[in-house]
Design a protein around this ligand. Structure first.
Ligand code: NDP
Ligand code: 2IT
Length: 450
């Protein structure tokens, strides 16, 4: 290994892996960042003296607790829950909660770590955190979900607060769960504060928070296209997932004149060769947000669409791919297939949806590759705007929030260009990692040994 940067990355990673055994997702997320920021660290002795990388990869704290709750037929159940408070150098801890049976500490550490850089990129004063539980909301009754959320908040409220840590949604945590969590927080604290974001509009939520991640992802793609004098208009788009992020990414892409041909869930994907439209999306919203149904029902309803059970959508030739389901949902082979089929842009609505070697393929091919911490930052950005509105005790119009969201996505793009464009071309991975890193690292330097 002749290159000093590569050598420093490997030395750092071997220590990190030793300290955090069997946390593969966390290793993956850290490796991607360290590959980008190591040249900056090697160039600045103050970062090395302050052990900046070692400190930024160690969460401030992790709270692990048991959540006991009762089923409708009176049986007791216990789940494990976490809150990973990763870094509060530039603002109170901020990040979502994930309820999914696959949740582990490694997954929440990777998500919390990513959130630190993402939140820094938004330009808003937010630190990074993530939490969640291996609880599976699927198949549970409304009352069971409510009892789980209440029991979870009974512990979590000690660690939350509008100036301490502000949770929000993620996979398996939407408006319903946030509402139950908020209700219990309010009751325990005897106070009405903006302690969660993604709240209902009736009790302190922000217009456009629901749409923000998906819309923001498409705005980021449009900024990438603009940078090469192109546009998403007229492009074919494949989207994975059919949850909060996927639905609103599809809505905005269609509104901007793109043709959305796929959606998916863990059961498979639908291919709609005619392209989806706002009416079909209204059906999906009702199916997923209301009835909690399966995406296969789209193909039952619309005869032009096919359902491919047990498969992901990346084999369909498209101009733009928007992975909006979960981590590591684009394998190396799938990344290669997308490239072979002529993909021009990939915008990551989900967190870390592409395996590391697949991400390298996208960057090396020189396509427009918008990594998650830049492309999906619109959700947490509007969460930040929800907090601002709560503090000011007012609410902005939909147009006002949308304008701010568009500005924030444009600024994030500019920051990526500032730190990622070289004579060899544009590298959004380096741009977002370095752009997010510097602000947090400098704040930590300023704070001294804490
Ligand atoms: P939802 O729970 O609303 O939807 C998740 C979607 O992804 C569902 O269609 C689900 O299918 C599918 N999915 C989840 N896990 C898997 C899996 N292991 N394999 C295949 N499909 C899966 O979550 P969101 O839309 O909120 O989140 C999607 C992604 O976006 C996540 O990576 C999240 O971290 C990220 N994100 C979310 C933000 C937000 O504001 N909500 C902000 C930024 C990023 P099924 O129903 O079958 O499980
Ligand atoms: O991954 C994410 O950025 C989120 N799930 C949203 C976090 C938030 O605090 O709105």
């Amino acid at each position: 290994m002749s290159n000093p940067t590569d050598k420093a990355v490997e030395e750092f990673m071997s220590g990190l892996i030793h300290r955090n055994p069997a946390e593969e997702e966390f290793h993956q997320a850290v490796r991607e960042v360290v590959q980008s920021v190591m040249p900056v660290v090697l160039d600045k002795k103050a970062y090395q003296d302050a052990q900046i990388l070692e400190r930024m990869t160690e969460p401030d704290r992790i709270v692990i607790f048991r959540v006991t709750w009762e089923t409708d037929d009176g049986q007791l159940r216990a789940n494990r829950a976490w809150r990973v408070q990763f870094n509060n150098a530039i603002g109170p801890y901020k990040g979502g909660l994930r309820f999914h049976p696959s949740v582990t500490q490694s997954i929440l550490k990777f998500l919390g770590f990513e959130q630190v850089f993402k939140n820094s990129l938004t330009g808003l004063p937010m630190g990074g955190a993530k939490g969640g539980s291996n609880f599976n909301p699927k198949g549970k009754s409304e009352r069971e979900v409510m009892r789980f959320c209440q029991s979870r908040m009974t512990e979590l409220h000690r660690h939350s607060g509008k100036d301490t840590d502000i949770p929000a949604g993620d996979i398996g945590v939407g408006a319903r769960e946030i509402s139950y969590l908020f209700g219990q927080f309010k009751r325990l604290e005897n106070g009405f504060t903006g302690v969660l974001t993604g709240k209902g509009l009736e009790f302190g939520g922000s217009l456009l928070r629901k749409e923000a991640t998906g819309y923001g992802c498409v705005y980021f793609c449009e900024n990438m296209f603009k940078h090469i004098d192109d546009s998403i208009e007229g492009k074919s788009v494949s989207i994975s997932g059919s949850g909060n992020v996927a639905i609103y990414a599809a809505e905005k892409a269609i509104e901007l004149g793109a043709k959305v041909v796929t959606l998916s869930d863990s059961g498979g994907f639908i291919y709609d060769q005619d392209g989806s439209d706002q009416d079909k999306l209204a059906f999906v919203k009702d199916l997923k947000e209301g009835k909690r149904g399966r995406i296969s029902e789209y193909a039952d309803k619309y005869s032009g669409a096919e359902f491919h059970a047990g498969q992901r959508p990346w084999g369909v030739p498209v101009d733009v791919a928007l992975p909006c389901a979960t981590q590591n949902e684009i394998s190396v082979d799938e990344a290669q297939t997308l490239l072979d089929n002529g993909v021009k842009a990939v915008g990551e609505g989900a967190n870390m949806p592409t395996v590391l070697d697949g991400a390298h393929l996208f960057t090396d091919a020189g396509i427009l590759y918008g990594p998650a911490k830049a492309a999906n930052a619109g959700g947490v950005a509007v969460s930040g705007l929800e907090q601002s509105q709560n503090s000011a005790r007012l609410s902005w119009s939909r147009e006002e929030v949308d304008e701010r969201l568009q500005d924030i996505m444009k600024n994030i793009h500019e920051r990526c260009v500032e730190f990622g464009e070289t004579k060899d071309g544009m590298n959004y991975v380096n741009g977002s990692n370095v752009g997010g890193f510097i602000k947090v690292a400098d704040a930590m330097l300023a704070h001294g040994a804490v």
